[in-house]
Design a protein around this ligand. Structure first.
Ligand code: SF4
Ligand code: MG
Length: 328
């Protein structure tokens, strides 16, 4: 099956007074219809900027400096702003951590949903309302027709997240980008929202890009996962492979910080230290200052992302060394 979306060598940079911030520095991946791809990393790792780049929502002083984003074989970077507006919210949609960023607090849910639907579909107001009712029902809002009259703040956090998902799904997107969709919610509600997304994906067949700092969420819903650090992918694998054989020291740390899973199996320690300043990255491997396995050359050489085993890519000199040892 052909990928629906491919990101090729994406570089997104911000030109600030104190230097160029390479927020996304060479990201490539593709995703097939119906697939869920996780992008995981700490804040500042470039995962949200990757999403904003796909949506073409990068604002000055940021710009996509290099690379391409292909949606169904067409470059999104060569689309006009008008063409992009037609794609956003219709064919590629996004949900955020905080529903209040995509729901307008001063309008009823009905008004917002009807507007979104009618911006992309040539339907009457009545048809749009019926569609909105259907959507609220789909995401599990009780008494959807009367709830349409409510304002966003009249919903609980979890219900508001459902409303936002309904809004994102109004036009049957082929790709849904979910940026920390459950981070602000308590654990029970979080599980319900993840379950909802999985059910909707089965029913609607869309591809989902799940952006999260939480490998637990990835384990729950994703097929493949890209781990990002300081703007770069550092490990890319199928989820079961990543959990069974994590290769990058940063991933070891992430897995070590998951409360339940894995714990007895491997004793991995959570990562110490802070993410680096993207304006002043260390010379060699960006992770070196926090890496317990750093070697002398890690301070000199920035490793490349390479395939270590089938469909498992890692960016770390530990593996290049291993190979050198074997071949020499
Ligand atoms: Fe650690 Fe070196 Fe691998 Fe970077 S390249 S993750 S510093 S071992
Ligand atoms: Mg973010």
């Amino acid at each position: 099956q052909e990928p629906i979306l491919s990101v090729n060598d994406l570089h997104t940079q911000f030109h600030t007074k104190s230097g160029v911030v390479k927020a996304v520095d060479g990201v490539s991946f593709d995703i097939k219809p119906g697939e869920t791809l996780g992008i995981v990393g700490e804040s500042g790792s470039g995962k949200s900027i990757t999403a904003m780049s796909i949506m073409r929502l990068i604002k000055d002083p940021g710009k996509i400096a290099k690379g391409d984003i292909m949606f169904k074989g067409e470059s999104l970077l060569s689309k006009s702003n008008r063409e992009m507006r037609a794609i956003r919210g219709d064919r590629i949609s996004m949900v955020f951590q905080d529903p209040m960023t995509s729901l307008n607090p001063v309008f009823t849910v009905e008004k917002q949903m009807v507007e979104t639907i009618r911006a992309h579909r040539n339907v009457s107001k009545k048809e749009a309302i019926n569609r909105a009712v259907e959507l609220l029902e789909l995401v599990g809002i009780p008494s959807p027709r009367s709830r349409l009259k409510s304002y966003p703040h009249e919903f609980s956090g979890g219900m508001r997240q459902r409303v936002m998902i309904a809004l994102a799904l109004s036009c049957d997107p082929e790709v849904l980008i979910a940026d920390e969709p459950t981070t602000a919610l308590d654990v029970t509600i979080q599980a319900q929202i993840l379950e909802l997304l999985q059910r909707l994906q089965k029913e609607l067949g869309m591809a989902i890009i799940m952006i999260t700092h939480d490998l637990g969420v990835v384990a729950e819903v994703c097929e493949r996962v890209m781990v990002m650090y300081a703007g770069k992918p550092v490990e890319f694998a199928y989820v079961h492979e990543l959990f069974d054989h994590p290769k990058h020291p940063y991933t070891w740390g992430l897995i070590g910080s998951i409360p339940k899973i894995v714990k007895e199996k491997v004793r991995l320690e959570p990562i110490q230290g802070l993410p680096p300043d993207l304006r002043a990255l260390p010379k060699g491997c960006s992770f070196a200052p926090r890496c317990k396995h750093a070697m002398d050359q890690c301070l000199e050489v920035d490793p490349a992302l390479r395939e270590e085993s089938e469909d498992h890519h890692v960016r770390c000199l530990l593996y290049e060394e291993k190979e050198k040892a074997v071949t020499s």
